[in-house]
Design a protein around this ligand. Structure first.
Ligand code: ADP
Ligand code: ZN
Length: 707
C-alpha cells in the first residue's frame, strides 16, 4: 500500500518525495486510522487525503467550505487524470443528478462537497449506497465557535463518525492555536485520532519591514520594479479609498494593478479576482477581505501599505505568498501616521472593555514586531509557540542587520517637549518646536521662549518623527482619545525622563532599508534565459486559455523554472521535472519541448553574428578588454564568444588563453567528474576551489568537451 502511495506521488502528481509529515499521515489513513493535521498554508495538506483516496478502494469524500476552491481543486485533479467532482449549490439539477449517479456507481475517485449537503438526509442515504474510502474535513477550524470562520454546518459533521464508524477520517487546518485544535477533536469526535503538527515556518518567505514616512507608495513601486517585474502579487491597504488610489497610481506607473474591496460592484470584483487567477503579472490591491478562498500558488509577493492589526493577521496575509514553496516576499512599509491612526482607532472604539484590551495587546505585539532588530522569523514563530534556535538568514534583520543607538537623551528631549507644551499638540508641532522653526503658531503660544525650543537641532525633522514613532510604539507616549492626534505622556516614560533608564532605538537608514537588499528576483531579466522564461510562460498561458483553467493548473512556476534551467530535450527528461506526472506529460510536453527547441535554435543563429564580430576583432590583434570596450559588452561575454569559436574549431585554445597542458588535464578531469549534463561551470569552479577563473574553465570545456 505504501509503495502505491509513493507511486501515485511520483507518477500521477509528478513529485519525487513526500514533504513534512505527508508520508506518515498518508500511511495512517491507508491503515484505516484517523488523523488531525495542523499544517501551515502551502504545506501540502491536499495530498494528505488525495493520495489515500486513490490508494484505498472507494471514493474519498472531502468536505470543504470554500466553494471557489472546490472548483479549482477539482479541475486541477482532472488535469492529472483523476476522476474528481464536486457538489455544491452552484450546480444545476442535471449536473447534480449525474454526479450523484457517478458517485453511487463508483466512478469517482474523489468528491468535494459543501458541509450543508451532509445535513440532508438524502445525501446521507446516497453515501450509504456508496463505497467510501475516507472522509476529509478541510478547514476544520470552522467547527470552532470561538474562531472567526465558524460554520454551524460543521457542528453536525460528527454524524460522519456515528453513521460511518468504519471509515477513516482526517481533519485539516492551518489555524494554529491549541484551543481550536482541542475543540476540533472534541466536536468531531476525533479524540483518539493521531495528531500531526507541522512547523509553522514558511522558510521560502522573506520577511521585510521598512519604515517610511511619506513615500511608502514610491518605496512599493521601487520594490516591485526591482524585484517583482512580471510577478503576481497582493498589496494590502486599510481603507477602500487607499485601495483605489494605490491601484490607479500603480497602473499609471505601467503596472497592471486591480482594486478589490467590498464596496466594488460584485461583477467588477469577481472579474478582477478572475484576472488575478488567470493571468500572469497581475497585482491585486485589496483590503484585508481579499484572500480567503484564493488558492493561487504563485503569488510572489504580499505587500502591506498599512500595519496589520495583529500578528495573526500578519501571518495569515503574508502566508498567501509563495504557496508553491518558491521564494516569495512579505514586504511592509509603515510609518508614524499608521501608529497614530491605529492607536486612535483603539482608543475610540466602542467595543467591550475586555475585547478592547485583547485587541490592544495584539496591536502592541504587532508594533513591537516591526521595531525589533533581531530575526523576524524567530519572533514570529515564537508568537505561535514555536522555537527556532537559529536566526533565519531570510529576513531583513538577518540580511542587513539594523543598528541601534543610545537614544536616551533624544527621547528625554522629545518627551519633555510634550510635557512643556502641555500635552496638547501633535507630532508635527512638537518637531517644529524641537528644531526651532519660526512659525506663527509657536509664537502665538509663546513656545519659542521655552528652553526646549530649538534644543533638538542636532537631528532633522525626519529623525525626530522616527523617534516619536518608536516612543509611541513602545507605549512611552499615548495618543489622545478625542482623536486630534495630541500626544500625552504615559506612566512608563518616567524612568527615562528621570534618567534612570537608557533607551536603545533602532537606527533607520536614509534609504528604505527593505528595498533592493532582499533576495534575488525569481528570474533576472538580464539573464540569458529570460527570453525562454517568457516564452514558456506564454506557452503556459496559451494552453491555460485553451483548457479554460488558470495557468498554474497547467504547471506551477517551480516546474516552469526548472524547465527553463534544465531545458529538457525529450519526454524522458521532461518527466523528471518536479510537478510533471504521466497525464501532464502526454498533454503538454510536446508544446513546451517545441518552445525550448525554438529557443535554442534562436540562440545559435542570433549568436553567430555577434560571435563573428568578436572573432574579427580578436583576429585583428585586439585584446579581450579592448574588444569588450569597443563592443560595449562584458569581458565574460567576449570569452563566451571566443569559447564558442574554439568549440567550432575556428580558434585554438592556446590562442585564447595562456595555459599549461597539466592544467588543461586537471580541468578536463574535473569537468568529467562533475558532469551532470547541464554544462554548468559553478560546480567545476567550486570543485577546483576557485583555482581557475570561469573564462578559463569555459574555454577548456569548449576545447575538450564540445557540446
Ligand atoms: P495547503 O492546502 O496546505 O495550503 P496545498 O495542498 O495546496 O497546500 O499544497 C501547496 C503546494 O505544494 C501545491 O502546489 C502542491 O502541489 C505542492 N506540494 C504538495 N506536496 C508536495 C510534495 N511532496 N512535493 C512537491 N510539491 C508538493
Ligand atoms: Zn531572520
Amino acid at each position: 500500500m505504501e509503495d502505491t502511495a509513493l507511486d501515485y506521488l511520483q507518477h500521477t502528481f509528478g513529485y519525487s518525495e513526500f514533504r513534512l509529515q505527508q508520508g506518515e499521515i498518508i500511511k495512517t489513513l491507508i491503515k484505516g486510522d484517523d488523523a488531525v493535521v495542523l499544517m501551515p498554508t502551502g504545506g501540502g495538506k491536499s495530498l494528505c487525503y488525495q493520495i489515500p483516496s486513490l490508494c484505498r478502494s472507494g471514493t474519498g469524500i472531502i468536505i470543504s467550505p470554500l466553494i471557489a476552491l472546490m472548483h479549482d481543486q477539482v479541475i486541477a485533479l482532472q488535469q492529472l487524470g483523476i476522476n474528481a467532482a464536486f457538489l455544491n449549490s452552484t450546480l444545476d439539477a442535471e449536473t447534480t443528478q449525474k454526479t450523484e449517479t457517478d458517485l453511487v456507481n463508483g466512478d469517482l475517485d474523489m468528491l468535494y462537497v459543501a458541509p450543508e449537503r451532509l445535513n440532508t438526509n438524502g445525501f446521507i442515504e446516497l453515501l450509504k449506497q456508496t463505497r467510501i474510502s475516507l472522509f476529509a474535513i478541510d478547514e476544520a477550524h470552522c467547527v470552532s465557535q470561538w474562531g472567526h470562520d465558524f460554520r454551524p454546518d460543521y457542528i453536525r459533521l460528527s454524524l460522519l463518525h456515528e453513521q460511518f464508524p468504519e471509515i477513516p477520517r482526517i481533519a485539516l487546518t492551518a489555524t494554529a492555536d491549541q484551543a481550536t485544535r482541542k475543540e476540533i477533536k472534541q466536536r468531531l469526535q476525533l479524540e483518539h485520532a493521531r495528531d500531526f503538527i507541522s512547523s509553522f515556518d514558511r522558510p521560502n518567505i522573506c520577511y521585510r519591514i521598512t519604515e517610511s514616512q511619506s513615500n511608502a507608495r514610491s518605496a512599493l513601486l521601487r520594490f516591485i520594479q526591482n524585484e517583482h517585474e512580471n510577478d503576481s502579487g497582493i498589496v494590502y491597504c486599510l481603507s477602500r479609498k487607499k485601495v483605489e488610489n494605490t491601484a490607479a497610481w500603480l497602473t499609471d506607473k505601467g503596472l497592471t494593478a486591480l482594486p478589490y474591496h467590498a464596496g466594488l460592484p460584485p461583477a467588477e470584483r469577481q472579474a478582477n479576482q478572475q484576472r488575478f487567477l488567470n493571468e500572469d503579472a497581475i497585482i491585486i490591491v485589496a483590503t484585508i477581505a481579499f484572500g480567503m478562498g484564493i488558492d493561487k500558488p504563485d503569488v510572489r509577493f504580499v505587500a502591506h501599505l498599512n500595519l496589520p492589526k495583529s500578528m495573526e493577521a500578519y501571518y495569515q496575509e503574508t502566508g498567501r505568498a509563495g504557496r508553491d514553496g518558491q521564494p516569495a516576499d512579505a514586504w511592509m512599509a509603515y510609518g508614524l501616521q499608521d501608529v497614530i491612526t491605529l492607536r486612535q482607532m483603539m482608543a475610540s472604539s466602542s467595543a467591550a472593555e475586555q475585547y478592547k484590551r485583547v485587541e490592544q495587546q495584539k496591536l502592541e505585539t504587532m508594533l513591537g514586531f516591526t521595531e525589533i532588530t533581531t530575526c523576524r522569523r524567530q519572533s514570529l514563530l515564537e508568537y505561535f509557540g514555536e522555537k527556532l534556535d537559529h536566526a533565519c538568514g531570510n529576513c531583513d534583520n538577518c540580511l542587513s542587520p539594523a543598528d541601534t543607538w543610545d537614544a536616551t537623551l533624544a527621547a528625554q528631549k522629545a518627551l519633555s517637549c510634550v510635557h512643556r507644551t502641555g500635552q496638547r499638540f501633535g507630532v508635527n508641532y512638537l518637531v517644529d518646536v524641537l528644531t526651532g522653526k519660526a512659525n506663527e503658531r509657536i509664537k502665538q503660544f509663546g513656545h519659542d521662549s521655552l528652553n526646549i525650543y530649538g534644543l533638538g537641532k542636532e537631528l532633522d525633522a525626519r529623525q525626530w518623527r522616527t523617534i516619536y514613532r518608536q516612543l509611541i510604539s513602545r507605549n512611552l507616549l499615548a495618543v489622545d482619545i478625542e482623536g486630534h492626534g495630541s500626544l500625552l505622556l504615559a506612566e512608563q516614560c518616567r524612568p527615562i525622563l528621570r534618567g534612570d533608564q537608557t533607551l536603545l532605538l533602532r537606527k533607520e537608514s536614509k534609504t528604505a532599508r527593505a528595498s533592493g537588499k532582499g533576495r534575488k528576483p525569481f528570474v533576472n531579466d538580464d539573464s540569458e534565459n529570460y527570453a525562454l522564461w517568457q516564452a514558456l510562460r506564454d506557452c503556459r498561458k496559451r494552453l491555460a486559455d485553451e483548457n479554460n483553467v488558470p495557468p498554474f493548473v497547467i504547471f506551477h512556476d517551480a516546474t516552469l523554472s526548472e524547465m527553463m534551467q534544465r531545458q529538457p530535450q525529450d519526454h524522458v527528461q521532461f518527466l523528471r521535472l518536479s510537478g510533471v506526472g504521466e497525464t501532464k506529460l502526454k498533454k503538454y510536453a510536446d508544446a513546451f519541448l517545441k518552445v525550448i527547441q525554438q529557443h535554442q535554435e534562436g540562440i545559435k543563429t542570433s549568436n553567430s553574428e555577434t560571435v563573428n564580430e568578436t572573432l574579427m576583432l580578436f583576429r585583428s590583434g585586439q585584446d579581450i578588454d579592448t574588444i569588450a570596450n569597443t563592443r560595449k559588452i562584458k569581458p565574460t561575454t567576449v570569452y563566451a564568444h571566443l569559447a564558442n569559436c574554439i568549440e567550432q574549431g575556428e580558434l585554438n585554445l592556446e590562442e585564447v588563453i595562456d595555459i599549461k597542458p597539466r592544467d588543461i588535464s586537471i580541468i578536463h578531469e574535473t569537468l568529467l567528474s562533475v558532469d551532470d549534463g547541464s554544462r554548468k561551470l559553478k560546480p567545476v569552479y567550486d570543485a577546483l576551489d576557485g583555482m581557475f577563473d570561469y573564462h578559463v574553465l569555459r574555454c577548456v570545456q569548449a576545447a575538450t568537451l564540445p557540446a
